[in-house]
Write a protein that binds this ligand. Structure first.
Ligand code: NDP
Ligand code: GDR
Length: 327
């Protein structure tokens, strides 16, 4: 049975990827860092599941990664761990860089030293395109990051490419555009809106405060996107791939879809709060997934309206069940 090592297994993507790879018959080792409050709600169903091992460690500790890879000897490694919330990267730029940038180098060094045959996936991001140089964005579009997070992801991307070219590692970089789900963190705008809409539907609050309603994102569905990661590590050669839907929507349209799914009029419940504006904004992102379609045979299965309706329905269910910790 092939072994796979996942960093960031407690996050949105890590949890779906673990589900997918367990269903494919792989043995999954998920890295879990210590927290004071370890609810880890996205992987509660995996604790004790057959073929799944949750192991303690931290991406910022090279000695820890080296020891774990030596013990586990995985065939595949997915590096999904990051400080992934863009606004927080201005609050804590060095901490963001330590995980989101240097953490990638830790992974690559551990792989190079323990077993250069391990196939590595790096979670790169459309935030690297930032103030976009062309539309739609492809694998060839130059980067112009607009946040400490985006800059850190550029480092992670280029060091992955560099280790591929310097040492011949099988290291693929997936440039994924925004992807969301019922397991999305509550701070990200899609889930913030679907959760608020559910509470408003039940009369628990009346308003939700947002920042820039005009910004546009190419939003896809996370379970579709983790499938693309797996396909990338099963090609003959490691490459970079843009993963996106090819369609974008504004935050305003997101509000319309989320509130509309619960038969509410969004315009009565949104207020603007400057605290949610960013020092430098990424106004619009739109990906061109043609290469992924051609080479990986990958296409998104779930559309924007369907995904937002699913998220709103899941949040309504949570609100009705009194579940407050799945944030
Ligand atoms: P999440 O924020 O949901 O998950 C991040 C994961 O990283 C969590 O498991 C978190 O652990 C873990 N982590 C953070 N710091 C450390 C550390 N020091 N050591 C070990 N683990 C750590 O992100 P997503 O699942 O949404 O995204 C996965 C990856 O893909 C990230 O790298 C993100 O930047 C990138 N990405 C995401 C996109 C998206 O739209 N979702 C788009 C493009 C790229 P904990 O639970 O303890 O906080
Ligand atoms: P993003 O996602 O920054 O694109 O990064 P987020 O959902 O936080 O923001 C998307 C857009 O919505 C606007 N916005 C708000 N955002 C938040 N969070 N809260 C608000 O109240 C709000 N109001 C408007 C933002 O200004 C922005 O334009 C996500 C993360 O998953 C990254 O890790 C990943 O790399 C990128 O997607 C691709």
């Amino acid at each position: 049975m092939d072994r796979v090592f996942i960093t960031g297994v407690t996050g949105q993507d890590g949890s779906y990827l673990a589900d997918l790879l367990l269903s494919e018959g792989l043995e999954v080792f998920g890295l879990v860092r210590r927290k004071a409050d370890a609810t880890n709600w996205r992987i509660r169903h995996l604790d004790g599941a057959e073929g799944c091992h949750l192991i303690d460690g931290d991406l910022t500790d090279l000695s820890c990664l080296t020891r774990l890879l030596t013990e586990i000897r995985p065939r595949y490694l997915f590096n999904l761990a990051a400080q992934s919330f863009v606004p927080f990267s201005w609050d804590a730029p060095l901490a963001t860089a330590e995980v989101t940038a240097t953490g990638v180098l830790n992974v690559l060094e551990a792989v190079r030293n323990v077993d250069p045959g391990i196939r590595v996936y790096q979670a790169s991001s459309s935030e690297m395109f930032g103030k976009v140089r062309e539309t739609p964005q492809t694998e060839e579009t130059p980067f112009y990051p607009r946040s400490p997070y985006g800059v850190s992801k550029c480092f992670g991307h280029y060091i992955t490419v560099n280790y591929r070219e310097s040492y011949g590692l099988f290291a693929a970089s997936g440039i994924l555009f925004n992807h969301e789900s019922e397991r999305r963190g509550l701070a990200f705008v899609t889930r913030k809106v679907t959760y608020a809409a559910a509470r408003i539907k039940r009369g628990l609050q009346d308003k939700v405060a947002l920042g820039n309603l005009d910004s546009a994102r190419d939003w896809g569905y996370a379970p579709d996107y983790v499938r693309a990661m797996w396909l990338m590590l099963n090609q003959d050669a490691p490459e970079d791939y843009v993963i996106a839907t090819g369609v974008n929507h504004t935050v305003r349209e997101l509000c319309e879809a989320a509130f509309g799914a619960l038969d509410l009029d969004w315009s009565k419940h949104i207020e603007i709060d400057e605290r949610f504006l960013r020092p430098a904004e990424v106004n619009t992102l739109l990906g061109n997934p043609a290469k992924a379609k051609l080479q990986l045979g990958w296409e998104p299965a779930t559309g924007f309206a369907q995904m937002i309706a699913k998220m709103a329905a899941a949040d309504l269910k949570r609100v009705d069940a009194g579940i407050t910790w799945e944030i």
